[in-house]
Design a protein around this ligand. Sequence first.
Ligand code: UDP
Length: 381
Amino acid sequence: MKILFLDQSGKPGGAELCLIDIAKPYCDRALVGLFADGDFKTLLEQNQIPVEILTNQAIAVRKQSNLLQAFASLGQLAPLIAKVVEKAYKYDIIYANTQKALVVGAIASFVTRRPLVYHLHDILSLEHFSKTNLRVAINLANRFASLVIANSQASQKAFVQAGGKPELTTVVYNGFDPKTYQTCDEDIQKLRQQLGLENKFVVGHFSRLSPWKGQHILIEAIAKCPPQVTAILVGDALFGEQDYVQQLHQQIAQLGLENRVKFLGFRADIPQLMAACDLVTHTSTAPEPFGRVIVEAMLCGTPVIAAKAGGAMELVEHGVNGFLVTPGESQELAEVINTCVQETEITATIASQARNIASQRFDVANVNQQIAKSLKVIGDR
Ligand code: UDP
């Protein structure tokens, strides 16, 4: 089966990293068409997945745009749509991995009569999107998609609540190769040394720097923890949230935490960094659609605290394979961090359980089989 994958982003966010794993088994008969250049293209090439940038023009639709802006941007999209249509004739399925890819993919599917699959990596609610964008996404999916793959029950539920047809949906969690998360103790000790983290209790946060990812909540919590508790913030402002980055630096200065919070920027050595942490925290203030970082921490054997909302609640059972805290509550987060500092044995048992459960539950081989089965049904229709 030949698949044309479409993704609007040049930058490797969670949806894009997930797409690498999905496209890999099809690398001899697929193309990933991107609507922007960037590091994601390089990652695809490193994984031997054919990739092409389909437009050099920035697409101006924002998450909060209104109907007029949406229509105006449709005009802008015309050359891209023409290119995707031309490509799509050579493939059996169009696989849209993001919302703008859905818009372009839906039109290409209509013109070429190729079935459309929409991989939904978002919680389609007003917390994250404008009413117009929601309406456009739901209507296009309902009208043109043969299948909507939701990355969690939370994403599926939001899709249906916003008017999406439930019969189109299936839930498939992100897959991971547990081997990628096996690290060598000696390397990890070296890494801690290099980062100046010896004799510290290191709390990691792995996410792009963005207000709803809640790095400020972790910083607030660190101020309430004993002095050996130190944080590393791994990730960059992928979508230009420079004001937030500045706010974080101000907050750190005001709280006198300059020596206890380190910004590491975007990194490719996530398994090593997670293994170098004593704890990983996820602090999103709005419901997380899935939360790859939560599963990755589990696979590294590092205990994880997650914000209790959205997909994170499907991944973590409090006290069994991690900890859940109320989103936005830094006091509660500080208390759980302190428990982990003190109760090392119980915390280690929970982390070890988490690793075992996650290696099976999110095994990329099973996930790819699930997707292959669904695609075959669509292809055979
Ligand atoms: N990530 C990364 N380098 C960084 C920060 C994050 O490779 O410096 C990865 C992280 O390991 C995870 C993904 O980016 O796989 C983020 O996915 P998640 O589902 O947690 O959030 P999203 O970006 O989809 O909102």
